[in-house]
Every structure is written in structure tokens, then in C-alpha cells.
Design a protein. Structure first.
Length: 405
């Protein structure tokens, strides 16, 4: 049981206990509420719904605890129930307040049917509930993912410590094997974070993928192959590994592990997030000199993207492409591989409505970007940058605006 799982259990049970303590207050005021299409929704109903969601959350957490292996579906179910429970009080209060306001509006503007006003209040409250649910589930999932990565890192450190103990005990073959296991584990985790499938892939293919993702330089890739070679020798030939070789593999593993972990740090994204408003304003202004630092961070964030980071930085690409596409073209100039990696995701990143109800806005965004790129292509005098602009324009022009239901 990891620390995040323990924390989640504690918070869920603590909230459930807190809800129980207010039961006398609910009993005294449970009949208060508001009517929706003739149906009265009371505080008691909201309380029972909240209790049911929390109870289900605890149940799914208990099933996860009782399971012999980690079941991701149970995590999702418990997170969803917990998020709905947390969203219930604000949504109930907002719906109640909106109903009261709409009733006052109905008394002033008698031409509007009461059913329409009630429906409007329901839609607004529903939108609020949807937003809170998505925000809470994403937040919980993010914390869970971060906790899982931290636990994996702790396990890797344990294995690395075991490799060191084996080396000190003179078991050089096993020391090399354990050291290489940690390197392989981190490589798989780094690739998985970038959406690269690593199932049923051997060490040689993993190194090739690491090279294609540019997580390490050419020299470090050669060192990985050296570790791979000694690992094969340790498995297939007993007593082949010397003390000197085992010591070298152990030291190389530590060095490469550090470099791989450094490459996974989303320094660029953190900087952009802390300066989001300022960066978007800079991209709209289009001053290349002032935007240099922001473009470097955006490029770094894209290069080291993991999880949903590539979606979180969509606003920066959108602002630059609409107002000053030369910034994005300059950023990807002389880096065709990185440009291609972005173009593969650009349709989803720029033109997919994940929250719903904003499809028309995304259509306008697409038209604005294409118009801006067209103007750039008509005015640029650089053949190289013109080719980059044409490539971006061709990809975005054929992209579809989609709405996730």
C-alpha cells in the first residue's frame, strides 16, 4: 500500500465520519429544499446521495485493498465516486440558489414560462457539476499517477542498493543483472510516459526507442549498449563478469539513471505554468527577442512532455499560431523530427473540444490559425521557413474539429 493510497483512504473515511457527525443537523433541516418540475429536492436527498457516493468509494477502495494485484478499474471507480461526493454540496447549493433567482426572474418577466427558467437553472448547475467532476477526477488521477511514479522510483533505488550489496559480496554476475534491471525499468517508465508502447520489447529495442525519443545523447546510448552486452554475458556465461566490469556497470547505471530522470523533469512546463498569462501576452505581441526564453521553455516542455502536459500547453501554441506564427516556425526550424512529433498531435491538441460545447470556438481558432499562416507564407522571404510553414499549414488544414461526448 503506497502513501497516496493510504492518504486517499484516510481522507475518504475521514470525510465519511465528518458527514456522520452532521446527521442530527440534517435530521432537523432535512425537509428544506427546492422544487424542480414538481419534484422537491431536499437537503436530506442530497445528504443521502453524498453518503451513497462516499460509501461506494470506500467499498471500491476496500476491493482494491483485498485484491491480490492492482486493478486500475477499481481506482477509477473509487476516484469517480469520491469526486461526485465532493461535488455534491456545491452543486446542490448552486442549483438551489439558481432556482430561487429564476423564480424571482419569473415574477418580474411573466412572459417566460417557469419550466424554461427551471431548465436554465438545471443546465447551469449541470455545467458546474460537470466542471467540478472533471476537475476533481483529473486532480485525483494526477496525484495518483505521481504517487505511482514515486513508488516505482523507490523500488528502483531498492534494487540498485541490492546490486551494490551483491557487488560487495563478490557476486558480480548478479550485481550486473540487478543494475541493468533498474536501468531497464526507468527506460520503460520514461517511454511509457511519452505514450510509447513497451510491451514485449527487449533491451535492444528499448535502447533504440530511447534514441528515437532523444532522451539521451549518442555517447550515453553507447553506454547503454555496453550495459546490455555485459548483462547478456552475466546471464549466459557463469563467472564471466570480473570485479572491474561489475564496478563499471554499477557506476554507469547510476550515471544513466540520473540522466534519464533528469530528462523526464518537465522544467519547461513548470516555468510556462508559472508564467502562463505573461507568456501568452508575449506570443500575442510577437516580439521575438522578448519571447526567446518562453519559446525555449515551450520547446523543452514539448520535448520532455509526459502525461497530459502536451494538452496543457495547447494555449501557448494557439496564441502564437493565431497572432504570430513566425514564433512557432522559428522554434521548430532546423528540428524536423521535433516538428513531426508535434504535427502528429496537433489535431488533437488544438482542435479537440474535451469539455464539450465549444466546437464552434475551435472552428474559429482553426480558421484564424490558417489565415495567419497563409499571410506569413505570402510575406516570408526564407525558403526554409516557408517549407516549415507549408508543412504546418497542410497538416492543420486537413485536421478535423472534434468534440468529445
Amino acid at each position: 500500500m503506497d502513501d497516496f493510497f493510504k492518504t486517499k483512504v484516510g481522507f475518504t473515511i475521514g470525510l465519511l465520519a465528518a458527514v456522520f457527525t452532521i446527521k442530527p443537523l440534517i435530521d432537523a433541516n432535512g425537509s428544506f429544499g427546492f422544487a424542480v418540475f414538481g419534484l422537491k429536492i431536499t437537503i436530506e436527498y442530497a445528504y443521502l446521495f453524498l453518503m451513497a457516493c462516499l460509501g461506494l468509494a470506500v467499498y471500491f477502495i476496500s476491493l482494491q485493498f483485498a485484491s491480490k494485484r492492482h486493478v486500475s478499474v477499481l481506482d477509477k471507480a473509487s476516484n469517480a465516486c469520491y469526486a461526485v461526493a465532493l461535488a455534491t454540496p456545491p452543486v446542490f447549493i448552486a442549483f438551489w440558489a439558481l432556482t430561487v433567482i429564476m423564480n424571482l426572474v419569473g415574477r418580474v418577466v411573466v412572459q417566460i414560462p417557469q419550466s424554461v427558467l427551471t431548465a436554465v437553472a438545471g443546465v447551469i448547475a449541470g455545467a458546474l457539476g460537470n466542471y467540478l467532476y472533471k476537475f476533481l477526477t483529473n486532480s485525483i488521477q494526477f496525484k495518483l499517477s505521481r504517487a505511482e511514479k514515486e513508488q516505482e522510483r523507490k523500488n528502483d533505488l531498492i534494487v540498485l542498493a541490492r546490486a551494490s550489496d551483491l557487488f560487495n559480496s563478490g557476486m558480480y554476475d548478479l550485481s550486473v543483472l540487478e543494475s541493468s534491471k533498474v536501468v531497464e525499468s526507468i527506460i520503460r517508465r520514461m517511454l511509457d510516459m511519452r505514450g510509447v508502447s513497451v510491451e514485449n520489447i527487449n533491451m535492444y529495442e528499448l535502447i533504440r526507442l530511447i534514441q528515437s525519443q532523444r532522451l539521451l545523447n549518442k555517447h550515453d546510448i553507447e553506454l547503454l549498449h555496453e550495459i546490455r552486452k555485459y548483462r547478456n554475458e552475466s546471464v549466459h556465461t557463469v563467472g564471466k563478469i570480473s570485479r572491474l566490469t561489475a564496478e563499471r556497470v554499477l557506476n554507469l547505471s547510476r550515471e544513466l539513471i540520473f540522466k534519464l530522470e533528469q530528462s523526464s523533469d518537465s522544467v519547461g512546463y513548470a516555468w510556462l505554468e508559472n508564467n502562463r498569462k505573461k507568456v501568452i501576452e508575449l506570443f500575442k505581441e510577437g516580439d521575438t527577442r522578448k519571447s526567446k526564453k518562453a519559446l525555449e521553455m515551450l520547446k523543452m516542455a514539448w520535448k520532455n512532455r509526459d502525461g497530459a502536459v502536451w494538452l496543457e500547453i495547447a494555449d501557448f501554441f494557439e496564441a502564437a499560431l493565431i497572432h504570430n506564427p513566425n514564433l512557432i516556425i522559428d522554434m521548430f526550424d532546423n528540428d524536423e523530427e521535433l516538428l513531426d512529433s508535434w504535427l502528429e498531435k496537433a489535431e488533437v491538441q488544438l482542435f479537440t473540444d474535451f469539455s464539450g460545447g465549444q466546437k464552434e470556438r475551435y472552428k474559429k481558432v482553426k480558421n484564424a490559425i490558417l489565415q495567419s499562416l497563409s499571410e506569413y507564407m505570402n510575406n516570408t522571404k526564407s525558403p526554409e521557413k516557408l517549407e516549415v510553414a507549408k508543412k504546418i499549414y497542410g497538416t492543420l488544414e486537413s485536421a478535423e474539429v472534434r468534440e468529445i461526448d
